[in-house]
Design a protein around this ligand. Structure first.
Ligand SMILES: [Ca+2]
Length: 400
């Protein structure tokens, strides 16, 4: 039976969940029954993950029509329903705990940002709860696809959007990350775009999974907290780290991930352009052109109908200019940003979750303090050897 058909079967059950969950959430938020609700959700989520992995294994082995695959798909459908049923009470518990911990922290900290072990532990706990709430938001979205009338799921999603949606959360080294929902966009530039390169062939890209991305380029303070050194030419804790090779940037992500038990990595090239554009289709996320009031690039050069500006000759503190529509800073200029992909020609036609796995150089995006504005365009692509170090090469992180 398809998931849709199963959903129809379960709609009445969900309506029942919708009626009772509001009261139940209030009862279970604090204590042992809250733990039960979270455990039920975690168990269901784990089952879904295991079945998805198993299915991917079978599909990789080219057995898409075998009976085993059909059975796994059916089990996966049931597991997803179980997870969706468990999501509403679990989400209520998480939100209540998040708010309680937040209130306790505010009472402890006031206007300050204390560095005591207790305060740090509380910040980490709040950050983890925020992360889990965002993750569960995806499951609620899935539930609503099956049952658009699920009032409690909708209420929780609205609340998450209001309380957590546009706000970044802060990780263990003070780095802010924001959740990016799955979506699709036109990658590359139209043939009419000024100064475009032929390798920017426009094509539609689907990103089927949400991810987190760093709001800023990685700073020197953050780099030092993880790597215990500072390779940068221009020194300052809040300046972006530069002089980092692709290899070192990958190592930073790995170490940060081990520290937090999460998966940090470089963004894929498609993810980078998606978040740089933030819904725009113009050469820059600022419009048809860009000025040195909006980004740090070689200001003696001009793109389109802009004017000459400041040539700052070095990096600027991260977040010195206005962010793009999704709250991300310095997507144009400051330091060029390593992406995970090898630079290869774009595949013909529409693609889903591309990963650029051919070629020897690694992709760099966004231009930098010493580059002309056309290199800062959303679609512009550079590729450098992964061992190259330079004072205009940095990165931002992504997290799954
Ligand atoms: Ca940048």
């Amino acid at each position: 039976m398809s998931i849709k058909a199963q959903a129809a079967d379960h709609q009445s059950a969900w309506r029942h969940v919708a009626c009772v969950s509001c009261c139940w959430v209030l009862l279970v938020a604090g204590g042992a029954r809250g733990d039960d609700a979270l455990a039920a959700f975690d168990a269901a989520a784990k089952e879904v993950e295991q079945l998805e992995n198993l299915l991917a294994e079978k599909l990789d082995a080219h057995q898409p029509t075998s009976n085993t695959v059909a059975t796994i798909r059916s089990e996966l459908g049931k597991a997803k329903l179980k997870r969706a049923d468990a999501a509403v009470p679990a989400c209520g518990v998480l939100i209540a705990r998040f708010e309680a911990r937040q209130a306790a922290y505010e009472k402890l900290a006031g206007e300050r940002r204390p560095s005591t072990p207790q305060a740090r532990a509380m910040r980490r706990e709040i950050s983890d709860l925020g992360y889990r709430i965002r993750m569960i938001d995806n499951v609620l979205a899935e539930l609503l696809k099956f049952d658009p009338n699920h009032a409690e799921a909708q209420r929780l999603r609205d609340k998450i959007a209001a309380d957590h949606g546009p706000l970044p959360f802060t990780n263990s080294i003070g780095m802010k990350l924001v959740y990016i929902s799955p979506g699709e966009f036109l990658m590359g530039s139209p043939t009419s775009e000024k100064s475009r390169d032929r390798n920017e062939t426009q094509h539609r890209v689907h990103l089927s999974k949400g991810f987190f991305v760093g709001v800023h380029e990685v700073t020197q303070a953050q780099w030092k907290a993880v790597m215990d050194n500072n390779p940068s030419k221009f020194r300052g804790d809040n300046l972006p780290v530069e002089n980092v090779t692709w290899n070192l940037a990958v190592e930073f992500c790995k170490k940060l991930g081990q520290r937090e038990d999460k998966t940090y990595r470089l963004p894929t090239e498609a993810q980078w352009e998606y978040v740089c554009r933030a819904g725009t289709t113009t050469p820059f996320n600022t419009g048809e052109t860009i000025s040195t009031d909006q980004a740090n690039y070689k200001g003696s050069k001009v793109y389109g109908n802009s004017r000459k500006g400041v040539d700052r000759m070095q990096t600027t503190p991260v977040g010195s200019f206005r962010p793009n529509a999704w709250g991300l800073y310095d997507m144009h200029g400051n330091v060029q940003e390593w992406c995970n992909d090898r630079r290869s020609n774009y595949p013909p036609g529409e693609v889903t979750n591309p990963t650029g796995d051919r070629g020897t150089s690694r992709v760099l995006r966004g231009g930098s303090w010493n580059y002309h504005p056309e290199v800062c365009r959303s679609a512009h692509r550079l590729g450098y050897p992964p061992a190259l170090q330079a004072s205009f090469l940095g990165f931002r992180v992504a997290m799954d």
